[in-house]
Design a protein around this ligand. Structure first.
Ligand code: FE
Ligand code: FE
Ligand code: MG
Length: 169
């Protein structure tokens, strides 16, 4: 544990912070798996564009999991050690793909990103002026999640528009 590093945390319990970060850690792994499987099962018009986006997001979520784990360790905590715990601690859960159509898959993914944005903005509120290091890491992740939502929404709109045009002719 970073002794002086942790001594600069004011007005918030380190144990509480570790709990919040472990919840986010569970979310990131579930998001990673969700993107991995969505990328494989997705079907329909313009699916290649969706596959490229889903694949890139999977890599980002894995990187986020790593960033969060590093911070948990710095704080003197232990990242969740067993995947079984992901479902116990997750905020956002797991959206099992049931409909493999590209528009439905993108909808599931958008829901996940919207939950991630909410989760990280909550951690940002808790850490603001209290734990600048976590605040900074979580701000970087939040910026990615906002970009993820926008990418997926824009793609879903393009695909829906294209389907409308095809049907109209
Ligand atoms: Fe993420
Ligand atoms: Fe994301
Ligand atoms: Mg993207």
């Amino acid at each position: 544990m970073a002794r002086v590093g942790n001594s600069i945390i004011k007005g918030i319990e380190v144990e509480e912070l570790i709990k919040l970060l472990n919840r986010a850690y569970a979310d990131e792994w579930l998001a990673y798996y969700q993107y991995c499987i969505e990328e494989k099962v997705v079907k329909g018009i313009m699916k290649d564009a969706a596959i490229a986006e889903l694949n890139q997001h999977a890599q980002d979520e894995l990187r986020h999991a790593d960033m969060v784990a590093q911070r948990i360790l710095q704080l003197g905590g232990t990242p969740l050690l067993n995947p079984k715990e992901w479902f116990v601690h997750t905020n956002c859960g797991y959206e099992e793909p049931k409909n493999f159509d590209v528009v439905a898959i993108l909808e599931d993914a958008i829901k996940g990103e919207q939950c991630a944005i909410k989760t990280y903005s909550d951690i940002i509120e808790v850490t603001q002026n209290k734990d600048i290091v976590t605040y900074d890491i979580v701000s970087q992740i939040l910026a990615d999640e906002v970009e993820h939502e926008e990418d997926l929404v824009a793609l879903q709109e393009d695909i829906s528009e294209f389907i409308k045009q095809v049907k109209g002719n």
